[in-house]
Design a protein around this ligand. Structure first.
Ligand SMILES: Nc1nc2c(c(=O)[nH]1)N=C(COP(=O)(O)OP(=O)(O)O)CN2
Ligand SMILES: Nc1ccc(C(=O)O)cc1
Length: 798
């Protein structure tokens, strides 16, 4: 209670002192009745004090609740009240001594095993709204910290501050985090850091300022602040019709299928996991997925190859009910699928459940790893010997420490790979393409309530490369042929904008070795003209339909007819940044979406409507279940002229900032696309650094020269793009023209101006660099010619 001590102090005058025992008894009575939250209790104390002491103007109430959270010593709220204000003028929330286990530090033992990390978190609330959810914030921090792996306590403290800010959204805009390692030092109680952060610190421009390390690297502050997609998404109001249920548990589920349409079975199982039950509420939410892999059967080897993956779910079910639920889904998928295409299978196993161990076997059977029918053992007892389980788990939760083996998933995977014999069959990463147009099969009416899933047309395979090596093993690079049904594309405008010309291009490209045809109806070259959505649809759809329509000639035997039939089956992607166009094109027969703005539209810097647009696009893509190419760019090429502003850390030669910019800026979009509820399946995302988009000549060269680093796993830091297949499009672009226009120093070559269609040889050089870097997909205009370059490059570097 703010009280003037002067009179009592000078004169020892009792009448100006406070009667502490009467304060205490009125407080005791105001605390006696139950209150629903610390905020309510604070308010009640405030009412009591202001009523009992009419001269009191200011009051500070600090309430602590020991053991309010499972892993923390206490929660606390400190409110500052004024008589003249209805709400507290200031309020702070504390989570005190939150204990987590994390991989943090540089000593070898610290890299192997988790250690205790203690957090003290203080949040300033600037808006009094709903009751502060200590439990949710602590849970998110706990979850993120437990699965983190850092060298420094600073990075861990920063991650924690970011987690808190993102999960408290508009309630708080400032957080102070103290992070301590109590086991680090022998002669001191702990090593500890304290940081204070606001959301702005995590926006790309400021994050990069924090990362700025090299003095030679001249940085340009972006002209306007660029808010991060995460902060925008966090600030969006809750969307009606979207499930906001908070679940108590998190589990990893293994996905495996080796009969029938293996990809469709897996997709159906995931959709069934999230089907609302009798109460109208889903029993689980899928919050992350791994990549998918094609794997040789283990144990019983005389059976078809498997498709394996895993997903993370959140649920309120206990492990036993979850197991029963998974068995039901297996039965439903089996039933629905066999109705469609004959026998098939899906396996769903609980791999992990929170950090729990469960073993329902009688003592006498505990040493057996098989015959678990009717029993439940979590974590799954054969995890450590199965690469097809460890790899998908490592895509999602590499730092999850196996509660029995005491090692993180990434270590278990490394150890398993190290001891595998050389004849162990290699797994490949796979990307499935569904068949469109597809008429929802009658099964949906035969089995009401079963979601329908598009059947699979084909799938691409890529070799798996070891987690920390930046050099990838070479492989077949898939070739994407560029077909612009536009009057003004920079290199083939008005050449393919009639249906016959477009079909001729597609047919010739398939004959020349194209694996996919990319149909665009809106040029994104710098300065291109605006095209309405209707106009874009009317350019794209007839071309897609005409290519698919070639299949009517399938039963003839001539070479032309065979080529037509192959062309009719070729995967088609639609090059668009509009979800309406993507949706229409896929329903007409496209099987992939290629978006140069990665779902946020041309807005730059990102704003709230870009975040809403992102969610809408993601929802459409998820429903269609097609692969998506998400490209790095900074919005509309025509209006974004500030290409040099990559204020990220560079190396001593001033290089690396653009690569890091792509990892951070595209990484954020890819993370937001894949993780959390409503996310896309990780196995359907292909990334693209966006050569020619929002980059200078040097920036384009830097990206191209080391593009494998964009998707390589970093040994000490999480790279959000790690492991994704990568597409590179350099074909005929102006950066090649810029190089050709430059004279050389000796004066022998004076430079020459080139039209885009004169840059074929230049493209071949760029394409061979992309092959050498291990690009999984290469986008070109001249499929036959560049196909030659790709094949020779592959032969050289394979
Ligand atoms: N994923 C991806 N998509 C793209 C890429 C690229 O590099 N990656 N380049 C483009 C520019 O080439 P295009 O010939 O389509 O030119 P236009 O924009 O003038 O139509 C258009 N679309
Ligand atoms: N959409 C694009 C078209 C062309 C270029 C380029 O020539 O660099 C960049 C983007």
């Amino acid at each position: 209670m703010a009280h003037d001590l002067h009179q009592a102090a000078e004169n020892d005058d009792l009448s100006h002192s406070i009667d502490y025992s009467s304060v205490l008894s009125s407080l005791a009575s105001s605390c006696a009745a139950p209150s629903s939250s610390l905020e309510v209790l604070s308010e009640r104390i405030c009412d009591t004090c202001f009523t009992s002491y009419p001269e009191l103007g200011e009051l500070y109430v600090s309430i602590s609740r020991p053991k309010a959270l499972l892993h923390a010593r206490a929660t606390r709220i400190v409110s500052e009240w004024r008589r003249s204000h209805h709400d507290p003028v200031h309020e702070k929330f504390f989570i005190e001594e939150l204990d987590c286990q994390a991989i943090v530090g540089v000593n070898p033992c610290e890299r192997e095993e988790k250690q205790r990390v203690r957090f003290n978190i203080m949040l300033d609330r600037h808006k009094r709204r709903a009751q502060f959810d200590f439990h949710e914030v602590a849970r998110k921090v706990f979850e993120n910290v437990q699965s983190s792996s850092h060298l420094t306590l600073e990075a861990l403290a920063s991650l924690t501050a970011r987690t808190v800010l993102l999960h408290t959204g508009t309630i708080s805009d400032r957080v102070t985090v103290r992070a301590a390692k109590p086991s680090a030092l022998v002669l001191a109680e702990a090593a500890e850091v304290e940081i204070t952060r606001t959301l702005r610190d995590y926006e790309p421009s400021s994050a990069s300022t924090l990362k700025q390390t090299h003095e030679n690297n001249v940085t340009h502050a972006p002209a306007s602040p660029t808010p991060s997609l995460f902060s925008l998404l966090a600030a969006l109001p809750e969307r009606s019709g979207h499930d906001e249920t908070v679940y108590a548990h998190r589990a990893a589920i293994a996905l495996g299928a080796n009969l029938g349409d293996r990809f469709a079975n897996i997709e159906l199982a995931l959709r069934l996991l999230e089907m609302p039950d009798g109460t109208g509420r889903p029993r689980a939410a899928v919050v992350d997925t791994s990549f998918l892999y094609e794997t040789a059967p283990m144990y019983v080897t005389d059976q078809p190859q498997f498709i394996n993956g895993a997903c993370m779910i959140e649920t309120d079910m206990n492990p036993r009910s979850l197991l029963a639920f998974l068995k039901d889904i297996e039965a439903t998928v089996g039933r629905v699928s066999s109705f469609r295409n004959g026998p098939r299978a899906i396996d769903l196993d609980i791999l992990t459940f929170d950090a729990m161990t469960v073993d329902t076997r009688p003592e006498s059977k505990k040493d057996k790893l098989d015959n678990l029918t009717g029993e439940l053992v979590v974590p799954h007892p054969r995890i450590a010997e199965r690469e097809f389980v460890l790899r998908p788990l490592s895509d999602m939760i590499p730092d999850y420490v196996h509660p029995v083996l005491g090692k993180p998933v990434r270590t278990l995977l490394l150890e398993l790979v190290a001891k595998q014999s050389t004849d162990t069959p290699a797994m490949s990463k796979v990307v499935p393409f569904p068949r469109y147009p597809y008429i929802s099969p009658s099964i949906a009416t035969v089995t009401p309530g079963i979601p329908s899933v598009p059947p699979t047309a084909t799938y691409w395979t890529f070799p798996v490369y070891s987690s920390t090596s930046s050099r990838r093993p070479l492989q077949k690079s898939y070739v994407m042929g560029t077909l612009n049904a536009t009057p003004d594309s920079f290199s083939d405008g008005s050449r393919h904008n009639t249906t016959p010309a477009a079909v001729a291009y597609a047919t010739a490209s398939v004959a020349g070795g194209a694996d996919i045809i990319d149909v665009g109806g809106y040029s994104t070259r710098p300065g291109a003209a605006y095209v309405s959505p209707d106009e874009e649809i009317s350019r794209v759809i007839p071309v897609v339909e005409a290519i698919r329509g070639l299949s009517s000639e399938q039963n003839t035997v001539s070479a032309d007819a065979r080529l037509s039939a192959r062309t009719a089956d070729v995967p088609i992607s639609v090059d668009t940044f509009r979800w309406e166009v993507a949706d229409a094109a896929v329903r007409a027969g496209a099987s992939c979406i290629n978006d140069v703005y990665a779902f946020t539209g041309p807005a730059y810097p990102l704003d709230m409507s870009a975040a809403e647009y992102f969610l809408k696009f993601r929802e459409i893509a998820r429903e269609l279940a097609v692969p998506v190419v998400l490209m790095h760019s900074r919005g509309d090429a025509a209006s974004n002229k500030d290409y040099s502003a990559y204020s990220y850390a560079a190396d001593s030669r001033g290089r690396g900032a653009v690569l890091e910019g792509v990892r951070v800026e595209l990484g954020e979009k890819v993370e937001a696309a894949v993780r959390g509820r409503g996310g896309l399946r990780r196995w359907l995302v292909i990334v693209d650094p966006g050569v020619g988009f929002s980059k200078t000549l040097e920036g384009n060269l830097e990206v191209l020269r080391a593009s494998s680093e964009i998707t390589a796993a970093h040994p000490h830091r999480r790279n959000p793009l790690a492991g994704f297949p990568q597409l590179i499009g350099t074909s005929r672009k102006s950066f090649l023209g810029t190089i050709l226009a430059q004279p050389d120093t000796g004066g022998a070559y004076e430079g020459r101006k080139t039209r885009p269609d004169e840059r074929g040889w230049a493209t071949a050089a760029a394409v061979s660099c992309a092959v050498q870097q291990g690009a999984e997909v290469i986008r070109v205009h001249d499929v036959l010619e560049m196909g030659d370059a790709i094949r020779v490059a592959q032969a050289l570097w394979n």
